[in-house]
Design a protein around this ligand. Structure first.
Ligand SMILES: NC(=O)c1ccc[n+]([C@@H]2O[C@H](COP(=O)([O-])OP(=O)(O)OC[C@H]3O[C@@H](n4cnc5c(N)ncnc54)[C@H](OP(=O)(O)O)[C@@H]3O)[C@@H](O)[C@H]2O)c1
Length: 291
């Protein structure tokens, strides 16, 4: 397949040579399927070209409908989905991938990610490598992998992950893991880049003090910070004005001092699930979703 061109925004080149738009659109917690479809259409019309869904979000059908109804050619879009824990084995990964394609009404994915580093993730990775070699996926990667899990994956892999999608926002920056990803030529893709709308973050006085100079909002300052850190960022919103606001971050640049101000907000405390938490892992392994 020819390299896609994304003229609406900067791109990041992944370690396999594929370009990914630097800013995409997340659809976690969009349970109302019509709302999800409308939000994705709005995002595509705004200029977003990368959509991040997952089997477990239970909205791949709505994302597929949005793609077909957006009026934008599928081959101008970068579509990501994720393999859920119960299917993270060599035996299940390929049929789970096919069900994802069917729900999205697509015949290939731009990127497919292992959602959590649990179950037989090295077996699942082998299946994903085969799908990648067959051209059914343009790039393969992971989410929520710690350095230890990444080393385990790498020891058994033929293909290096292009991306590690991890919880990352100004409150929780995972600097060691960021550095590890960089050294291994893996792009860091922050999830919950706005802290899932965390009030303490969006009301932060230090961030507010940067907004006036650029006539931007705190959310825009945070997204700009992610982009300047070299991250590939995927904010989510169902609100039309915010979908536009979050995309309007390519016409200003934070200074080194301002970047450092945002970096100084790191508390080292997660807002969400810890991949190393055994209770969380057990819960994930024991629950079965109808997907
Ligand atoms: N791999 C993983 O394990 C994993 C885990 C979590 C998330 N993700 C991915 O990462 C994506 C982003 O994470 P997230 O959904 O937590 O999103 P987020 O972008 O950090 O936050 C979304 C929340 O912030 C609000 N918001 C969005 N833009 C705003 C703005 N400009 N001003 C004020 N509030 C704003 C949204 O409200 P409204 O929608 O009401 O506007 C929503 O409540 C997900 O959608 C998903 O694709 C992956």
């Amino acid at each position: 397949m020819e390299q896609k061109k994304y003229t609406e925004q900067p791109v990041i080149t992944l370690n396999n040579g594929i370009d990914i738009p630097a800013l995409g659109f997340g659809v976690w917690q969009m349970e109302d399927l019509k709302e999800c479809e409308n939000a994705v259409i709005k995002a595509i019309h705004t200029g977003y070209r990368m959509i991040d869904t997952a089997a477990i979000y239970l909205n791949e059908n709505a994302v597929g409908d949005a793609i077909r109804n957006s009026g934008v050619d599928r081959d101008k879009l970068f579509i990501t989905s994720k393999l859920w824990v119960q299917d993270t084995t060599y035996g299940e990964a390929k049929s789970a991938f096919q069900r994802t394609l069917d729900r999205l009404q697509l015949d290939y994915l731009d990127m497919y990610l292992i959602h959590w580093p649990y179950a037989d993730f090295t077996g699942a990775w082998k299946a994903m490598e085969e799908l990648y070699e067959e051209g059914k996926i343009q790039a393969i990667g992971v989410c929520n992998f710690t350095i230890e899990k990444m080393e385990e994956l790498k020891a058994n892999a033929k293909v290096l992950p292009v991306i590690n999608q991890i919880e990352l926002h100004p409150i929780f920056q995972q600097k060691e893991l960021q550095m590890y990803n960089k050294e291994n030529n893996i792009i860091t893709q922050p999830w919950s880049p706005l802290g899932n709308g965390n009030a303490g973050l969006l009301d932060n006085e230090k961030l507010k003090s940067i907004t006036g100079k650029y006539s931007k909002t705190v959310a825009q300052i945070i997204l700009r910070w992610h982009l300047q850190e070299g991250f590939c960022v995927i904010p989510k919103s169902v609100t039309s004005s915010r979908i536009e606001e979050n995309f309007n971050v390519f016409d200003f640049e934070l200074t080194d001092d301002e970047m450092n101000t945002v970096r100084s907000l790191d508390t080292g405390k997660r807002l969400f699930f810890d991949p190393k938490d055994i209770a969380w892992e057990k819960k994930m392994l024991s629950s079965v979703a109808d997907i």
